[in-house]
Design a protein around this ligand. Sequence first.
Ligand code: FES
Length: 105
Amino acid sequence: TTVHFTDFEGTVRDVEANPGDSVMETAVRNGIPGIVAECGGSLSCATCHVFVREDCQAGLPAPSEMEDEMLYGTAEDRQDNSRLSCQIRLAEGADLHVTTPETQV
Ligand code: FES
């Protein structure tokens, strides 16, 4: 299970993840810049915003209504591929590419 984080400058960091963890937990544990996750995953801060690469989106469950609402409060404007990374659970063997926004406060 691997997550590939690309920052706004194009630097890629490949991280081994534990299945069942969220993308946010994986990022925080590995010191990935650009993911603040102020609320610790309780879906109330929107500072764990990421953009999911188009071809990885199909494998993910759709955002909940709450996540969808929170995505309107992100520091960097939401795009079609925006997600809150604390809401993405990694399945066994997942190989996910995400980009972190330039601003996340
Ligand atoms: Fe706060 Fe994801 S960590 S909403």
